[in-house]
Ligand binder design. Sequence first.
Ligand SMILES: [Fe+2]
Ligand SMILES: [Fe+2]
Length: 197
Amino acid sequence: MSTLLSKLSPSITDMIRMDHSQVLETFHQFRSGMSIAKKEALVGSACVALEIHTQLEEEIFYPALRELASDIEVLEKSFPEHAEMHRQITRLRSMTAIDPDYDPTFLELVRDALHHVADEETTLLPAAERLMPERLGELGAQMMRRRAQLLTAHAGEIMSSTVRSFPESAAVMASGAVGAGAYLMQQASGWVSRGRR
Ligand SMILES: [Fe+2]
Ligand SMILES: [Fe+2]
């Protein structure tokens, strides 16, 4: 693993918080009365963002935390909570926005995700920062690399939401790439300017 990449990457806990903020911002843009096309684009973007985020947590963050603390109740219930969100996502994808169950299903997903995010931000992220501070950068780099692979795998879906979306595209936020990319650029320019001194 590149030490430089580990140093340039945001910590895994900061990356998770950034993802949460971006998904919550997407939720916040939802309106029952918005056009069908915009609604489907926004919901589609939120679903891809949640899928990528939950997969990253399950593959990288949760196992690393579990190695150090297997008795955190919030960690154990995170897997079934992700599974429930995936069930709601599958259901949303089986419908169009004109289906009467579409809005209630999305709002149920929002409610569950908000509850889940609150648990992670108040329990799991502080626990990770307390128990494995020296691993946060390395895990952040791992998450960044895996995110790039998952974005490629979901490229068609992201593109489809982008095309149907609007200027302040939720699909771009869904990628999580903007925040992470901006952070990397900021860190990289800091390195360059420090190197020049
Ligand atoms: Fe989660
Ligand atoms: Fe999360």
